[in-house]
Design a binder for this molecule. Structure first.
Ligand code: AMP
Ligand code: ZN
Length: 314
C-alpha cells in the first residue's frame, strides 16, 4: 500500500460532496470523484507552472513524448492550460523490440488527438544502432540510452527553435533518484535535480518538469480517467528496476508518514538547493562546445560523440 491506494467505499467526494469518491489521496486527506480529481491534477500542474515560471512569454516548448502515461498526461494538460503556447512534440523511437512500436503508435495517436505536431526520430540514426541491437553487444544499455535521449532532445529542440524542453518526470521519478544521491552524500549532483533547469550553453536547452508534484498513482489515474492513449509497457532491459525498488521503499515510508514525498521534494527544492547552488556554480567545470558536433561538452568531445566512437571501434 502506498498511502494513495484506491480504497472501496470512500463515501462522498471531499470537494463536491455530491458524487461518490473513486480514489483516496491520503497525503491530502481527501477522497475525490473522477471529475474533481481531474480538476485537482490540472490545478496542481497550473500551480507548478506558475510557481516556477516554467512557461514564459515567447517560449516554444519541445514536449518529449515517450508514449508512456506521464508524457501523455503532460501534453494533454499543457494543451488544456495553455492552448496558445507554441509547442512541438518529439518522440524518440529507441528501437526496443516489443516496446518501441507500441510507444510510437501511442505517441502518434495522442499527438493527432491533441492536434499537435509530432516529429519521430530514430535513435539508430544518431547512434548507428537501436537499443535492442546495442543490448546484444553490451549488457548495460541504460546509460547510453539516457545519454542519447538527452542529446537528441537538445539537438532537435535547437533545430526546431524551441526555448525549453518539457518532460514528464513525476514526483516518484525525481525522489527515487534524489534518494540515492542523498544517501551517497552526492548533494552537488542532487542540486541539479530541480523543477526547472536553466540553460548553461546555447545548445543545452532549459528543461521543465511540470509534473514534478504529481505521483505515479495520480498520473496513472488521470490518464485512465481521461482515456488518453499511452503504453503501459515496461522496458525489457530493466532500465527502471533499481528506480522501482527505490520507489517501493519511498512508498512504504509514505504509507506510514503521509506527505513524506511532498515534504522531501519541498525540503530539497526550497531549503537544500538554495544553500548549495552557489557552491555548484563556483565548481562548475568549463562548459565547452564539442569539437565535432558543437553540442555541450565537458571535454574535447561530448558524451554522445565519444559513445559513437566507442561503438564504432568495437
Ligand atoms: P523516463 O526516463 O522513461 O522516466 O522518461 C522521463 C521523461 O523523458 C518522459 O516523461 C518523457 O518526457 C521523456 N522521454 C523518455 N523517453 C522518451 C522517448 N523515447 N521519446 C521522447 N521522450 C522521452
Ligand atoms: Zn559531440
Amino acid at each position: 500500500m502506498n498511502g494513495l491506494a484506491q480504497v472501496r467505499g470512500l463515501g462522498l467526494c471531499s470537494r463536491c460532496h455530491v458524487r461518490k469518491a473513486s480514489l483516496r489521496l491520503s497525503y491530502a486527506r481527501m477522497s475525490l470523484c473522477d471529475e474533481c480529481f481531474v480538476k485537482f491534477v490540472e490545478r496542481k500542474v497550473e500551480r507548478t507552472l506558475r510557481e516556477y515560471d516554467m512557461i514564459e512569454q515567447g517560449d516554444k516548448l519541445l514536449v518529449a513524448l515517450s508514449g508512456g502515461k506521464d508524457s501523455s498526461a503532460l501534453l494533454h494538460i499543457i494543451k488544456g492550460l495553455a492552448p496558445d503556447v507554441k509547442l512541438t512534440c518529439l518522440h524518440i523511437d529507441l528501437g526496443i523490440e516489443g516496446l518501441s512500436e507500441q510507444c510510437r503508435l501511442k505517441a502518434e495517436e495522442l499527438a493527432s488527438q491533441e492536434g499537435v505536431e509530432l516529429e519521430v526520430v530514430e535513435l539508430r540514426d544518431f547512434l548507428g544502432c537501436s537499443i535492442s541491437e546495442l543490448a546484444l553487444q553490451h549488457k548495460k544499455t541504460c546509460s547510453p540510452c539516457g545519454l542519447a535521449r538527452r542529446y537528441i532532445l537538445n539537438y532537435y529542440g535547437c533545430l526546431r527553435g524551441a526555448t525549453k524542453i518539457a518532460t514528464g518526470h513525476n514526483l516518484d521519478d525525481v525522489l527515487a533518484v534524489l534518494w540515492d544521491l542523498y544517501v551517497a552524500g552526492d548533494l552537488l549532483e542532487a542540486v541539479k535535480l530541480r523543477p526547472v533547469t536553466r540553460s548553461v550553453h546555447p545548445k543545452a536547452l532549459s528543461r521543465i518538469k511540470p509534473l514534478i508534484e504529481l505521483t505515479d498513482f495520480e498520473l496513472k489515474a488521470y490518464v485512465d480517467i481521461k482515456a488518453l492513449p499511452y503504453s503501459p509497457a515496461q522496458c525489457p532491459f530493466g532500465r527502471k528496476s533499481k528506480l522501482n525498488e527505490r520507489k517501493k521503499l519511498i512508498d512504504a515510508i509514505e504509507s506510514m508518514y503521509p506527505s513524506f514525498k511532498h515534504t522531501f521534494l519541498k525540503t530539497h527544492v526550497k531549503r537544500v538547493s538554495p544553500l548549495l547552488s552557489p557552491l555548484l556554480a563556483s565548481r562548475a567545470t568549463d562548459r565547452r562546445s564539442c569539437a565535432r558536433c558543437g553540442m555541450l561538452s565537458k571535454g574535447e568531445l561530448c558524451g554522445m560523440c565519444r559513445l559513437k566512437e566507442r561503438l564504432k571501434s568495437e
